[in-house]
Design a protein around this ligand. Structure first.
Ligand code: ADP
Length: 269
């Protein structure tokens, strides 16, 4: 088809790599795959896969932005942009009422505060401490012998009575959790406690900026309904969600693709 403007966003994260195609005013296609020790190749494979899946040729894509931890390795991108800007843009585009964007990824958590027009006012980031990230939840889930995707189901499997985990560090939290299991504490309050400990960390970051609604969570951990529930309880607000079919894990890639569109239009009238 002629006259449609297609742009791409490639988000090379610490844990997963994502590619999104933005066609005029909508999400055309996306993919999510694991990050590897060769981000350059992963970025290319991700891009080729999303093109293949959507039946779009590389020469139909007008502009490409890389983002994420490995953004400098997206060698075929025209430009790159920070994850903060990409998540802000992606969230605001898909949920215009959003002002506070909480991105919980594999290895860090970021909170971005936007004004009503989408301009970034402030941000805070926790990339020093593993506890509270997706990798941390994976690590604890593994020691419980369950899949990270199963945490949400366990969380919802009873009243909200989280065990209070007192350790600060992920390794000590793991020992605490194993001790609780050995003491025959049921898994549901343990998992709720785990999610509460994530929520406490995230809420402390949000507090540094001040809570401005609407609030939305992005990143892979946003798919854990248990973390979302614990966060809503801790923040005392309802978190907004994206429309059906929009995966919160691809918001950075979408944002990069939308920024690519804006840049292309600016340069080409
Ligand atoms: P990054 O951009 O840092 O690579 P992502 O935003 O892609 O991170 O998030 C990756 C994390 O999301 C992983 O640690 C993974 O455990 C978590 N995750 C992905 N899907 C789910 C799911 N369905 N339920 C719970 N956690 C999930």
């Amino acid at each position: 088809m002629k006259d449609r403007l297609i742009t791409a966003g490639i988000d090379i994260g610490s844990t997963t790599s994502k590619a999104a195609l933005w066609i005029d005013d909508h999400l055309g296609a996306y993919i999510i795959g694991p990050s590897t020790t060769n981000p350059r190749e992963t970025a290319r494979e991700c891009y080729e896969k999303v093109l293949q899946d959507s039946g779009i040729r590389a020469d139909e894509v007008a502009y490409i932005f890389g983002t994420g931890y490995g953004r400098a390795k997206v060698s075929f991108a025209d430009e790159n942009i920070s994850e903060l800007s990409a998540h802000g843009k992606g969230a605001k585009t898909l949920l215009p009422s959003a002002c506070t964007i909480i991105d919980i990824g594999g290895q860090d958590t970021k909170v971005v505060l936007l004004d009503a027009g989408g301009r970034m006012l402030e941000y805070v980031m926790n990339d020093k401490c593993a506890a509270g990230t997706g990798r941390f939840l994976e690590f604890i889930a593994r020691s419980l012998g369950i899949e990270v995707k199963g945490l949400a189901r366990l969380h919802a499997n009873g009243n909200y009575q989280p065990v209070r985990l007192s350790s600060m560090c992920s390794v000590f939290i793991e020992s605490e959790v194993i001790n609780l299991v050995n003491d025959e504490v049921p898994l549901t309050p343990i998992v709720q406690g785990l999610h509460q400990s994530v929520a406490i960390r995230v809420a402390a970051l949000v507090k540094r900026l001040g809570l401005v609604e609407d609030v939305v969570v992005t990143g892979g951990v946003a798919k854990n309904a248990g973390v979302v529930d614990a966060l809503e309880r801790k923040l005392g607000v309802r978190l907004k969600t994206f429309a059906d079919g929009i995966d919160p894990q691809i918001i950075g890639a979408v944002g990069a693709a939308v920024i690519a569109r804006e840049k292309y239009l600016k340069q080409n009238g």
